[in-house]
Design a protein around this ligand. Sequence first.
Ligand code: PMP
Length: 407
Amino acid sequence: MGTFDILNIRNDFPILDRQVNGKPLIYLDNGATTHKPKQVIDAVVRYYADMNSNVHRGVHYLSQISTDAFEITRRKVQAFINAAHDHEVIITKGTTEAINIVATCYGRPFIGKDDEIIISAMEHHSNIVPWQMLCEEKGCKLRIIPMNERGELDLDGYRSLFSERTKLVSFTYVSNALGTVNPVKEMIDIAHRYNVPVLVDGAQAIQHLAVDVRALDVDFFAFSGHKMYGPTGVGVLYGKEELLNKMPPYQGGGDMIKDVTFEKTTYNELPFKFEAGTPNIEAGICLAEAIDYINSIGLDAIKEYEDGLLAYATEQLARVEGLRFIGTAAHKSSVISFVVDGIHPYDIGVILDKLGIAVRTGHHCAQPVMDGFQIPGTVRASLAMYNTAEEIDALTSGVERAVRMLK
Ligand code: PMP
């Protein structure tokens, strides 16, 4: 396990030194994307300065070293999530593409008319819309796991959704809008009792909690590099070998083929079958640095620190008059969403921005969650390992100030 030294950690993130609107940046929009440590930034520069070359193609030296580096990332991801094989790690553009691969390549062949897909009431749009598109095409139906007023999924309601028509379950590990941590292992076990495979959207989990896909026995797991201190434009779809093997390719093109003639094309093996065309090489290679960085601190230490900060932020913000938390689940991670009576979240966000404090306001790409709480949106502060209690104090006094100005 690594050591948690907040000053050292903050020193690793150059952007934290900058000012916004004349004030030191306080970045609390980590659910949208995290900043990058200099180890990752340096690796991007090093890639272009030293290595730039296409992967999986050339016999020449540079192509070999960039291919090797790209494949090192795949193996680092494999170890990071404890996958059984490196070819179960498909490098994608991000979570959205990973979910779309499953909706397309598992959904089209294996889910038909009147079949059902279970998702939850707290999904990000990227875990709703791909399934709706599939339903439109195939005539299958979405069933929704209900959520209580604390923003927790109702497991009895979940169990009651299963029937012989259920073909897939897909839900988020951590809600980006509420911070709820779902009981994923229990939910996966329930689905498996009905022989239904499960996709878990890990976009808001992978940077905060240790994930072990084999211990979870999850069938598909999706996440994005840019939310885990890595580059934008790269993400991962983990899938069990057996499932990935029976799925057709996603896109056609270079790298995903074995043999091409005008009469017939045969497809490449895993993982390349799902990786048509030139990938985001630089991002793929540099994702390894982000994983090394997280490992150097240790996810257990990160979780302990972030949980403490979340508890502190909840306690401090609770003192603001008229403030109501949206999402008060017993198990939460790194996200605080709130509204203040009579004030639009956007107006609070604008005043906080003037103070150099970055939060997100609105529906957070989870409109049905907001509909469930009958609100248009929230102010969301989402934490990362580099945030501090002093930043939470500044947020709290910023919100108090905004409330005084806007009331
Ligand atoms: N799922 C969740 C829970 C998310 O928070 C996000 C990003 N906000 C996504 C999916 C989509 O991730 P990306 O935009 O990186 O594909």
